[in-house]
Design a protein around this ligand. Structure first.
Ligand code: HEM
Length: 118
């Protein structure tokens, strides 16, 4: 399950980086239907695998996993808002910057696991 989670981490971050580059080089922000579908599948599988380990393995006893969950919601919603057709290029860049900060924080939490009880 952990390896599956890590595979989804790699795919999600890869697709996110691609979208962030597209936004920052100034091309249109809203992704193609193909990319949109791929991101939905990756988000869902990443969340399910993370929640499985959090609930079944850790029985909710991992404060860093709560923080990861909240930051993941922040990152996904910032990316989704950046990808709306009605969003201006400046707003899209800010959204992607916010999502990048959230992903970096998630990676720090994933590696350091502060206050982990298990
Ligand atoms: C983009 C989002 C995410 C990234 C980049 C990420 C990254 C990682 C990484 C790198 C690990 C391996 C840690 C290790 O081997 O020590 C991991 C494990 C784990 N992740 Fe995530 N994760 C993400 C989302 C989530 C979410 C949403 C949850 C749900 C709360 C979650 C819960 C967990 C749990 C419980 C583990 C197991 C840790 C262990 O037993 O060592 N992750 N994650």
């Amino acid at each position: 399950m952990k390896h599956f989670h890590l595979l989804m981490v790699a795919l999600t971050l890869g697709l996110f980086l691609y979208q962030a580059i597209v936004v920052f080089v100034g091309e249109k922000a809203n992704p193609s239907p193909m990319l949109r579908r791929a991101m939905h599948v990756c988000y869902a599988l990443l969340l399910v695998s993370g929640l499985y380990m959090f609930t079944v393995w850790y029985q909710f006893m991992a404060p860093w996993a709560w923080a990861k969950l909240v930051l993941f919601i922040v990152a996904v919603s910032a990316t989704a808002k950046a990808a709306r057709p009605s969003t201006t290029p400046a707003q899209a860049k800010f959204g992607m910057l916010l999502a990048t900060i959230a992903y970096v924080a998630i990676l720090v939490l994933a590696v350091k696991k502060p206050l982990g009880l298990l």
